[in-house]
Design a protein around this ligand. Structure first.
Ligand code: FES
Length: 414
């Protein structure tokens, strides 16, 4: 219905116009139900798809894909590319920063893309085949001409380890699925054997007198209940004391290793330990309640160093021929362990701050690559490690989000 007003010579007037819009409404209803039908069809189509915003936030995922991935759309209001594609897949479709002179393999490794590189980039396995779709790269070299078949060359394939980025203009690369390392499945569950709990750390429930104009001592000096003797506390650990005391009624749980203070936790917080097996192929991590010995989180992952060579010798060779090899491999394993730490803490619903101790086991090469120790002597007779005994080292100095890590003695055969 529409109304029009006007002014005649003698009086004002209004014209009322009434139309039958039932047919319009019916058409709208029909279009709406068609749209509903299409949405329902897309949601339940026998194919999974999703769309994301430029920041990687998933703004649509169809019900089929969500079901395949075991995602409850109603409960997961906020999904990211990582949730859908996993770490490596998310990195693969995201932009990678690279410098001119880097090979495509180095750029992929730095970004954590699991491009297969069995030979570690020496150019003898031809596993790292990619197709450059756009951008300036180095011309085909003699290694590629020898290693790639006529069909590969005709299909525009290159070896990522031999192809260098030559300037700063973007390079677009297609990575065939068989050039990606297969995801490894780790068997991390096992039988729990009851053991007497004897953690290396000790927990002390302490309090402090609130300060006043008559008591201007520092927070550490006002802590009461400390067993007698000299205690050592470092500045990074001490940084947690003022907030913990003031946030919890001047009470806290102090965790120490012998006479060294490791961390100040809120009162009654359970101190947790992180145990990790660093294998050449896979990582297995466990989060353990250090008071009861109960395992409260378990996770496994592929060792991210696999992007630099699938076996130990390929990784040692990389370190021997490239001074950046060792730092790169160390950074990769530290990143992988930090990811596992976050995962087991999320499983247990605790903050990584509650993890006060860690222990690592694994072969000699993985031991040295985690600690950043030179590995040249491991690759030549008589194959001696830098250290044969177990050791303890501050984990933060390695880049781990932990206070301490105990490193088991390296196993000799590797
Ligand atoms: S040929 Fe082996 S990594 Fe490129």
């Amino acid at each position: 219905m529409s109304v029009m007003s006007g002014q005649g010579s003698a009086a004002s007037y209004r014209i009322w116009r009434i139309e039958d819009i039932s047919a319009d409404r019916a058409r709208q209803e029909q279009a709406f139900s068609r749209l509903q039908f299409i949405i329902t069809y897309l949601d339940n189509a026998p194919a999974g798809f999703f769309s994301t915003l430029s920041d990687g936030h998933v703004d649509y995922i169809n019900a089929t894909l969500a079901q395949w991935l075991g995602i409850d759309i109603a409960e997961n209001g906020s999904l990211s590319l990582r949730d859908v594609l996993g770490d490596s897949g998310a990195r693969l479709v995201s932009g990678i920063e690279a410098r001119p002179g880097d090979t495509l393999l180095e750029a992929a490794q730095d970004a954590g893309v699991a491009l297969s590189a069995v030979c570690g980039g020496v150019g003898v396995c031809s596993d790292c085949r990619v197709r450059v779709l756009q951008g300036a790269v180095s011309p085909l070299n003699a290694v590629e001409q020898e290693m790639l078949s006529a069909a590969d060359l005709a299909g525009g394939l290159r070896l990522a380890c031999q192809t260098e980025i030559v300037c700063e203009t973007p390079v677009v690369v297609d990575v065939p699925p068989d050039s990606l390392s297969a995801a490894q499945r780790s068997q991390v569950e096992g039988e729990e054997i009851p053991l007497a709990v004897a953690p290396a750390i000790q927990a002390y429930d302490l309090s402090a007198d609130p300060p006043s104009v008559d008591d201007l001592r520092g927070d550490w000096e006002r802590v009461t209940g400390l067993p007698a003797g000299e205690w050592r506390v470092s500045a990074p650990v001490l940084a947690g004391l003022p907030g913990t005391l003031r946030g919890h009624g001047w009470r806290m749980r102090m965790v120490a290793l012998g006479r060294d203070v490791v961390r100040f936790l809120p009162p009654e917080t359970t101190p947790l330990g992180f145990a990790v097996d660093v294998g050449t192929t896979g990582l297995a991590a466990y989060l353990v309640d250090l008071l009861t010995g109960a395992t409260v989180g378990i996770a496994g992952a592929t060792n991210p160093q696999i992007a630099y060579g699938e076996d130990v010798m390929a990784r040692l060779t990389l370190c021997a021929r490239d001074p950046e090899g060792l730092p790169r491999l160390q950074k990769a394993i530290i990143g992988g362990l930090n990811d596992l730490l976050r995962e087991v803490c999320a499983q247990a619903g605790v903050s990584p701050r509650c993890v006060v101790d860690a222990v690592r086991v694994g072969n000699t090469a993985m031991h040295h690559l985690l600690l950043g120790l030179p590995v040249e002597q491991l690759g030549s007779a008589p194959y001696v490690p830098a250290v044969s005994s177990a050791m303890r080292t501050p984990a933060r100095a390695l880049g781990l989000d932990l206070s301490l890590i105990h490193i088991s003695d390296p196993t000799r055969p590797y």
